[in-house]
Write a protein that binds this ligand. Structure first.
Ligand code: 5GP
Ligand code: ZN
Length: 138
């Protein structure tokens, strides 16, 4: 994708602070970190949503994620980390090329805010959604 910044990074046309690369994925420092050592892991191919990425590429990414997260965790000295993937603009995705954020976290850093939890209005709703999702997976 000509206009995609991450495709340009993969092609070597834009610089990045790279921490890891193999045939399927590349990992580099986020240029506008929300925490020190905020790191991205991306597929080399251009896929916008996670569900559009071939499982074998996701497998490569998942296989390396623990090592990269561990390295970020150790180097940042953080107490924890979020692994976050925004899929779709409504979910906060700005760069439409699938990527995972590794975000070091410290107690009280206030970075991602508290989740506002909800209850189902209708007690049958969750079961209905569950069955519909399960059917899609069959
Ligand atoms: P999104 O909101 O799409 O999940 O996150 C995109 C991330 O990519 C942001 O955290 C942003 O700082 C980072 N980013 C955007 N452009 C560049 C770039 O050219 N180089 C690097 N290293 N990171 C980028
Ligand atoms: Zn791309």
């Amino acid at each position: 994708m000509k206009d995609c910044v991450f495709c340009q990074i993969v092609a070597g046309k834009l610089p990045c602070a790279k921490v890891y690369e193999d045939d399927d994925i590349i990992s580099f420092m986020d240029i506008n970190p929300i925490a020190e050592a905020h790191t991205l892991v991306i597929s080399k191919g251009h896929y916008e949503y996670v569900h559009q990425c071939p499982p074998e590429i996701l497998s490569s990414l998942a296989a390396k994620l623990p090592d990269i997260a561990d390295a970020v965790f150790q180097v940042s000295g953080a107490e924890g980390y979020n692994i976050l993937c925004n899929s779709g603009r409504a979910a906060g995705q700005v760069v439409p090329h699938m990527h995972y954020h590794i975000i070091p976290r410290f107690s009280g850093d206030g970075l991602l805010g508290e989740w506002v939890v909800k209850q189902y209005d209708n007690p049958d709703k969750m079961e209905d959604l569950c069955q519909r999702i399960r059917q899609k997976l069959n």
